[in-house]
Design a protein. Structure first.
Lengths: 123, 255
C-alpha cells in the first residue's frame, strides 16, 4: 500500500481511539444524568482498549496462543498490550461499579441524579 | 458556571486535547507494522516456560505482581460498594417472592444455559494457560452463569446458591492464595512470584507451572467479587424498601 491512503491507514486506528476518548469526555460534560455520566466514563476507557490493541496489531498476525496452528515462527500480535487491556477492563469494571453505588447513594439522599442540581455542598 | 460557559470551556479543552493527541499519534510507529520488541521478548519468555497462552504468561508469571495489584483494586472496590450499598436507617429488607413475571421461553433458556455457562466458566478458568481465557474472564463467566437464575425469575434459588457470607470469605481467600504462591516463589527461589513448579509440556493442562494455579486463585476471587457486587445491587433493586419513619431531624424540629 502506498500513496496518501497508506499514510491515512497508518494512523486511522489511533484516531478512532482518540475520538472515542474525546466523545466520552463530551458525554460527561453535557450529561444531565449521573448514570449517563458513569457510562460515558466507560466509553472513555473503551478508547484506551482500542488504542492498546491498535498499538500491538500486526497485519497477518494471529492470536498469541501457541499450539497446533501457531508455532514459534508464526507472526502473532503483541500479547503485552492484550494483557494491559485486560488490566484496563478489570479496573474499569471496578471503577464503574463503585461510581454506580455512589450514584445510588446520591439518588437516595438528594432525590435527584442531575449533576446540575447537585451544586451545593452537603455536610 | 452556566451551561454556555461550560460548553465553551469544553470546546477549548477538546481542541487542545485533540491537538496533543494528534501530535502524539504522528510520532507513533505505523499501525500494523512488524516491529514489536516487547512482543518478541514476552513470546520467547512465555514459550521458555511452556505457557501456550502468552497473555496468561504475562498476567500470571511475567507481570504477576501487577496482577496482584489489579486484583487488590477489584477486592477493594467491592468492599467500597458493599459499604456504600448497606441499608440506611429508613430502609428495611423484605422477602423477595418467586413470582416475578418471566416469559416461559426465558425460563427454559436459563434452565438450559445455567449448567452450560457454569461449566464453560470452570473450563475457561482451568485452561487459562493453554487456551484463550484465564481467571478474570472465567470468573466473570461463572458469576454470570449463576445470575442467569435471576434472569429466569428464580431469585430465591439464586440467594440459596450463593450464600454471601461464604463468597465474602472466598474472595479474600483467593487473594491470599495468590500472594501465598508469590511468597512461595520468594521462599524457594528468592524471587517474588518466581515460577517454581516444573513447566511441563507446551499445551498440556499441567504445563506452565504456577500460571494455572494463579489463574484458579484469581478465578476464585473474581467470581466471589462479582457475586458480592451484583448481590449488593440486586438487593438495592429488589429487597430494600423505604419505610416511612419520621426522620430524626424532623423529630427535633417538632420539639
Amino acid at each position: 500500500m502506498t500513496g496518501p491512503f497508506a499514510e491515512f491507514a497508518h494512523y486511522y486506528p489511533y484516531g478512532v481511539a482518540g475520538a472515542i476518548v474525546l466523545l466520552g469526555v463530551v458525554g460527561i460534560a453535557i450529561s444531565r444524568d449521573l448514570v449517563h455520566a458513569v457510562v460515558c466514563l466507560s466509553v472513555c476507557q473503551s478508547g484506551t482498549y482500542v488504542f492498546l490493541l491498535a498499538v500491538g496489531y500486526q497485519y497477518g498476525g494471529l492470536a498469541p496462543i501457541f499450539g497446533a496452528t501457531v508455532h514459534r515462527s508464526t507472526p502473532v500480535v503483541d500479547p503485552v498490550v492484550q494483557a494491559l487491556s485486560l488490566t484496563d477492563i478489570v479496573v474499569s469494571a471496578a471503577v464503574t461499579s463503585m461510581l454506580l453505588a455512589l450514584v445510588i447513594q446520591i439518588a437516595k439522599r438528594r432525590r435527584t441524579v442531575d449533576p446540575d442540581e447537585l451544586r451545593s455542598l452537603e455536610g | 458556571m452556566s451551561r454556555t460557559v461550560r460548553m465553551i470551556m469544553l470546546a477549548v479543552g477538546l481542541l487542545g486535547a485533540a491537538g496533543v493527541l494528534g501530535a502524539g499519534v504522528v510520532g507513533l510507529p505505523a499501525f500494523g507494522g512488524d516491529r514489536h520488541p516487547y512482543r518478541d521478548l514476552a513470546v520467547s519468555a512465555g514459550l521458555q516456560r511452556a505457557t501456550a497462552n502468552v497473555v496468561s504468561s504475562i498476567n500470571f508469571d511475567q507481570r504477576a505482581l501487577d496482577t496482584f495489584g489489579e486484583e487488590t483494586i477489584l477486592v477493594a472496590s467491592v468492599a467500597a460498594v458493599a459499604a456504600l450499598l448497606r441499608p440506611s436507617r429508613t430502609e428495611r429488607r423484605r422477602r423477595v417472592g418467586s413470582g416475578l413475571p418471566v416469559l416461559e421461553s426465558t425460563r427454559l433458556l436459563t434452565v438450559i444455559f445455567f449448567p452450560v455457562t457454569v461449566l464453560v466458566g470452570i473450563d475457561v478458568v482451568a485452561h487459562g494457560a493453554i487456551t484463550p481465557g484465564g481467571g478474570f474472564q472465567g470468573g466473570v463467566v461463572l458469576a454470570t452463569g449463576l445470575h442467569l437464575l435471576y434472569v429466569g425469575g428464580r431469585y430465591r434459588l439464586l440467594e440459596r446458591l450463593r450464600p454471601i457470607r461464604i463468597f465474602e470469605i472466598t474472595e479474600g481467600v483467593g487473594l491470599v492464595i495468590f500472594i501465598a504462591i508469590g511468597l512461595a516463589g520468594l521462599a524457594i527461589a528468592g524471587q517474588l512470584f518466581r515460577n517454581v513448579l516444573s513447566y511441563g509440556q507446551l499445551a498440556q493442562l499441567t504445563s506452565s507451572g504456577t500460571v494455572v494455579l494463579l489463574s484458579c486463585a484469581v478465578g476464585m476471587a473474581v467470581v466471589s467479587s462479582v457475586v458480592v457486587l451484583l448481590a449488593g445491587f440486586l438487593e438495592q433493586a429488589l429487597a430494600l424498601v423505604e419505610v416511612s419513619e419520621p426522620d430524626q431531624s424532623d423529630e427535633e424540629a417538632a420539639r
